[in-house]
Design a protein around this ligand. Sequence first.
Ligand code: PHE
Length: 498
Amino acid sequence: MADLKLVLQAVADTGGVDSLELASKLNTDHQKVVGAVKSLQSHEDLIKVEQRQSKRWDITEEGKEVVANGSHEARVYQVVPEEGITQAQIMSSVPNAKIGFSKAMSAKWIKMDKKAEGGPKVFRSADTIEDKVQLCLLKIQNLQLEDVPQDQRAELKKRKLISEVKVTSYFISKGDKFSLTVAKADVDLTPEMISSGSWKTKTFKPYNFDALGIQPPSGHLHPLLKVRAEYRQIFLEMGFSEMPTNNFVESSFWNFDALFQPQKHPARDAHDTFFVSDPANAQIFEEDYRQRVEKVHSEGGYGSLGYKCEWKTEEAKKNLLRTHTTAVSARMLYKTAQANSLPVKLFSIDRVFRNENLDATHLAEFHQIEGVVADRGLTLGDLMGVIHAFFLKLGITKLRFKPAYNPYTEPSMEIFSYHEGLKKWVEIGNSGVFRPEMLLPMGLPPDVAVIAWGLSLERPTMIKYGINNIRDLIGPRVNLQMVHDNPMCRLEKSRTAS
Ligand code: PHE
């Protein structure tokens, strides 16, 4: 960019100047002057600029050679000596001799004598010549364009010795707020400028509404989130509401005790569960409920014998990273009992933590998908029916149930589906009917049954996106390009699902 001050000075001196003219005056490139003009234009009313179109004649490479050595015809004339020369000799001694020869012939500078001694020869027929082509080109080079007649110019153009170029230049004159100095315009209006009032005297750079702006960086959903969105959609279609799962830290009470899981259960060992050291303990929960939980564990009740061993509040208070989202389901069922807001259909999809040995398919944290239905008179048949409807929406029709054990459900069933690719039955989830020892202390009416099922989010995601090692899906080894490239999740949902 040319010096802004020099441009302004030139405008002040002349009252108005063309950018091309200014470029040659400043002995600089035209584009640099144009750059300065554009920059000055961003200052409101500093200069007036008017765009101009003009034509310019440029001398071609061939034309430049003519300027230096004379026209092709003049060079032919020059090599013809007094005693004559053969045409072949001319051809081999002058560049562009073919054109030069015919032009020199028609200008009658040379002639051909076919009857000359020793065969046809070329002789000079003019004593002196004037190389007009070279002279015209020199004038054009010296910008004395008016001295070159129109027909000459056309001829030079036809001979491709000159070419016409269109040039855009700018006529620059003073604007209403013209000055010789440019104040650096402010770009940002700051809180300080507003509170001090200094903004009043500042000049701000005008908005450029034509600017394309910075390309906004776009994010990409991780495959787990894509699959989660699909499962959420299925639950929502089935009329389930989402449970608030935004607490990774849970008390042992909600994670285990409320679920009638004995305090001596091996899962409550630090080998299986991450306990939290700070804060190590949870707040006291509702006392009446705590007492009912203590009683059903230690003495039994509601027709149950209980575990017949001491139940300690200290143990229930211990904070941990929840090992399953069923802890949230327990909280929600307790709330439902207090609000007497039956029936309810609830679901959650969120993270859980287990102190497990890590391998290709297991990490210390994963996601659970869980569905819970509470209503009067629900049976195991209802549970199997709801699970069928749920998996049908995923396009899974062949299901089998296998008796299993959970401390908080009775009966409990593992869910298997027939894998067409593997040609075998694979476990896809766990389910059951919550025990009365869990529900009755919460205050749910005795005729209310709660059915529930759960599965992992990682497993269907790994199958869907063909990922064999869980470390390629979650953790520091994940290739972000994988997240970027993976397509949206489309589950082959059944159309007949209702
Ligand atoms: N909480 C169980 C698990 O962690 C899953 C489950 C949910 C089982 C609901 C029965 C009922 O595997």
